[in-house]
Design a binder for this molecule. Structure first.
Ligand SMILES: NC(=O)c1ccc[n+]([C@@H]2O[C@H](COP(=O)([O-])OP(=O)(O)OC[C@H]3O[C@@H](n4cnc5c(N)ncnc54)[C@H](O)[C@@H]3O)[C@@H](O)[C@H]2O)c1
Length: 350
């Protein structure tokens, strides 16, 4: 039985807990920890595992094989160093840090220790990934375009860019990660940000909206626009368009994939997706659109894959490990730097 510990029993901790309780055939939660004791007690009641407010004491007493680190962006550093020192494999939530040098140092220590790591980019485990990859493999992309506009999330720390990183780094990082994963590594970015529209949220000091132009190492270009100014009901899209000369794929993250300009028989559906023949009533589509719909929760295979990788001692099973997450962090932090300096920023992956 794989022994699992959890640090951080807030929103995303609860999401992972829901998954981990499904894996009791090969794993067991042995300890749960939060600085807020009621939160740890609440997890303890659900799991039967002892509650802690100090993760080092939890490590001493429960000796976990692996840990889920589910703390806010500004809380990274010491937890990872202590976890690595003890040789505990870890799953950590995105963004893995707010300081790129810190993340790179942790990356180096993870490498030296040979640990299995994973990061909470569950979109990489979506059932829409395979048909999208199939599309991209047979349709050379010319351009990628992404829009995600929503509201201000409820947790207090989110509103303060100094401790959350702001919307690109904290939230739209999922979209940036998918763009990088599918289209290729970006080389440089130029980001414009704007403020002043959100004026009714206490202690709010972050960008309301931003637009990032991207130059990729493979010569391509793209853009990602994102905002958190929308009031309830006014959010839109959350869509990435992968555009080729003869066709395009529109990915609504964790929702739906629409492929235009491809004949239905050219694409096969996996067990987890449904194929619906749409009318594809857009000028450039021929033969209708293929629509794949996400059915399950991609977080389940994401968490399960990490545990199975720990069990097998095979870090390559994980789709987004710490090293991958540092590359995406370099991408999003470059956008923040560009917004602050008003200049193009070349991304520093090393
Ligand atoms: N993968 C996803 O889709 C997804 C979704 C939501 C949030 N997240 C990420 O998860 C992280 C946490 O977000 P959240 O919404 O769960 O925040 P939250 O504030 O709801 O919960 C975080 C918890 O961590 C605890 N904590 C902080 N430092 C600790 C420490 N040293 N020891 C023990 N507990 C500690 C806090 O007390 C709090 O209860 C963020 O980085 C966020 O970006 C990821």
């Amino acid at each position: 039985m794989l022994k699992i510990a959890i640090i951080g029993c807030g929103g995303i901790g609860t999401y992972h807990l829901g998954h981990l309780l499904q894996f009791t055939d090969f794993s067991k939660i042995v300890g749960v920890c939060d600085l807020i004791s009621e939160r740890a007690e609440n997890f303890s009641a659900k799991t039967g595992a002892p509650a802690y407010t100090d993760y080092k004491v939890m490590y001493d007493e429960t000796k976990p094989d692996c840990v889920f680190i589910c703390v806010p962006p500004y809380c990274h550093g010491e937890i990872e160093y202590e976890t690595i020192r003890r040789g505990i494999h870890f799953f950590v939530e995105k963004p893995v840090a707010l300081d790129l040098d810190l993340a790179k140092d942790i990356r180096e220590k993870v490498e030296k220790a040979g640990l299995v790591t994973a990061v909470g980019f569950q979109c990489r485990y979506s059932a829409l990934v395979d048909p999208l990859n199939e599309f991209i493999a047979s349709h050379p992309l010319c351009y990628v375009d992404c829009v995600r506009v929503g509201g201000v999330p409820g947790v207090d720390w989110w509103r303060n860019k100094n401790i959350s990183g702001g919307q690109i780094v904290e939230q739209t990082i999922h979209n940036f990660d998918l763009v990088r994963w599918h289209f290729g590594d970006p080389e440089a970015v130029f980001t414009y940000g704007a403020r002043g529209y959100v004026n009714d949220v206490p202690n709010y000091n972050t960008d309301d909206v931003s637009v990032t132009a991207i130059r990729f190492k493979n010569g391509g270009i793209g853009q990602i626009s994102t905002g958190c100014y929308a009031k309830s009901g006014e959010a839109f899209d959350g869509k990435i368009t992968f555009s080729a000369r003869d066709s395009r794929a529109e990915l609504y993250i964790l929702g739906k994939l629409s492929i235009f300009g491809v004949k239905p028989q050219e694409v096969t559906a996996s067990e987890e997706t449904e194929v619906i023949k749409g009318d594809g009533n857009l000028a450039r589509s021929e033969g209708g659109a293929l629509i794949y719909t996400e059915k399950g929760d991609a977080g389940v295979p994401c968490d399960r894959t990490f545990l199975k990788a720990v069990e097998a001692g095979d870090r390559h099973m994980v789709r987004a490990d710490y090293n991958e997450a540092v590359k995406t962090l370099a991408f999003v932090l470059a956008c923040n730097k560009s917004m602050a300096t008003g200049k193009e920023v070349v991304i520093d992956y090393d």
